[in-house]
Ligand binder design. Structure first.
Ligand code: NIG
Ligand code: FE
Length: 395
């Protein structure tokens, strides 16, 4: 190890470190007891038991006094570029009104009316809020613009805050295309994808009754693929349908929600490389049922957890909240939930430089005010994230 810059940090006296590297620690989470991590030049430079910390490890020393540490959360699903809010819609839902995709149009109107500065300030606020609860990487989508100009500016604004940007022009048919969804799909394919592809990594579609059907979804995803984007899908959120199978068939990086699944859906995912990204916060805030996480995990599907922050179905940025829900409501073990919110999120974004504490990975690390990662589910609603390093910088 050569600390030429003199700027390295030794995070020492970690009671239990989740590495997500089974080669260096116990279990799938690769937990190392009494660990240390050396951060430098934005990367993990060394990790292991503190008794083996290399002689002469210099730099700032941070003593965690036996607390737990883990990789920063990787939130692979968020909708942060929006105007307005929908608290009244939420209140109505909590007293019996059902959720429908139509609520998205309220946010489309507010987003179109918002200035660039207001949209950008909203993203800053939410990215900062997410970071404070340990999210060091967050994806974000367009999808509340629904004109070429508004989708484009949504992605331009998102790109200022994250490298993980997704074109979700096919979120819902906007009001001026009411009853003409096929015409809107043509606009997405002929104009939005060509204009927006340079500003996004991913193409997404809301494949659901009331949004886009299987053929429309397939056409959008295939056009995105042809423009160099990698597919991800909002699928099977509100009802059984084609989303999960379409994602698996097209080799999507991820299919998200996955709340209504048949055995055939689970089998299709298990036979694919597509990650199932579960969003229990959305199911919580829409009084939906929860996904059958056990069936997915037991079939060998890679499962990620994400917060799905958006003003309609889930206005939270808190991954610890989602971990608690996943454990209580979806019967994931605390270990499975923590893996899904770190390494699982990284898999959903096809990233191998985040989601694990291993030499050469990004120095994105969080420490808890707790002796183990189990406390994330064991102490729900408590602000446990005490220290955050992003790219080696302490917040
Ligand atoms: O992921 N399912 C579709 N999109 C969002 C909700 C959007 C909204 O209601 O504003 C979601 O839950
Ligand atoms: Fe979503």
């Amino acid at each position: 190890m050569h600390n030429e810059s003199g700027q390295w940090t030794v995070v020492d006296n970690i009671g239990a470190l989740v590495t997500n590297d089974p080669e260096v620690g116990a279990g799938r989470l690769g937990v190392i007891r009494d660990a240390a991590v050396v951060l430098g030049d934005g990367l993990i430079q060394w990790v292991g038991p503190r008794s083996r910390l290399p002689e002469g490890s210099t730099g700032t020393r941070v003593d965690l006094e036996g607390r737990a540490a883990l990789p920063g959360f990787v939130d692979s699903h968020a909708h942060l570029v929006f105007g307005g809010e929908r608290s009244e819609e939420f209140a109505a839902r909590m007293t019996g009104a059902p959720y429908s995709a139509g609520g998205i149009r309220t946010t489309i109107a507010a987003t179109r009316a918002a200035t660039d500065a207001a949209l950008s300030a909203n993203v800053t606020r939410l990215v900062t809020e997410a970071l404070r609860t340990g999210t060091t990487t967050i994806e974000t989508k367009s999808g509340y613009g629904q004109t070429v100009a508004d989708e484009l500016r949504s992605l331009e604004i998102a790109s200022r805050h994250t490298s993980e940007t997704t074109l979700l022009a096919a979120h819902v048919t906007p009001p001026e295309f009411a009853g003409r969804t096929d015409d809107y799909v043509r606009l997405v394919i002929d104009e939005m994808i060509p204009a927006c592809a340079p500003h996004a990594s991913w193409i997404d579609v809301f494949c659901e009754e009331g949004a886009f059907d299987e053929n429309q979804s397939r056409a959008v995803l295939e056009a995105g693929i042809a423009a160099g984007l990698t597919p991800r899908v909002h699928g099977n959120q509100l009802s059984y349908g084609a989303g999960v199978r379409l994602a698996a068939e097209l080799g999507a990086a991820s299919v998200d929600h996955v709340t209504y699944t048949t055995d055939a859906d689970v089998e299709a995912l298990a036979a694919s490389t597509t990650v199932a990204t579960l969003l229990p916060g959305a199911d919580f805030s829409t009084r939906n049922k929860y996904p059958d996480a056990r069936a997915l995990l037991d079939a060998g599907v890679t499962v990620a957890l994400a917060a799905d922050c958006n003003p309609g179905t889930c206005y939270t940025t808190s991954i610890p909240f989602c971990i608690a829900l996943a454990v209580r409501e979806m019967h994931m073990s605390p270990d499975e939930a923590v893996w899904a919110a770190t390494a699982g999120g990284a898999a959903a974004l096809r990233r191998n430089d985040i989601g694990a504490i291993r030499v050469g990975a990004r120095a994105d690390l969080i420490a808890l005010d707790a002796p183990s990662h189990l406390y994330l589910a064991y102490r729900p609603g408590v602000a446990l994230v005490r220290e955050i390093w992003k790219d080696g910088h302490r917040l």
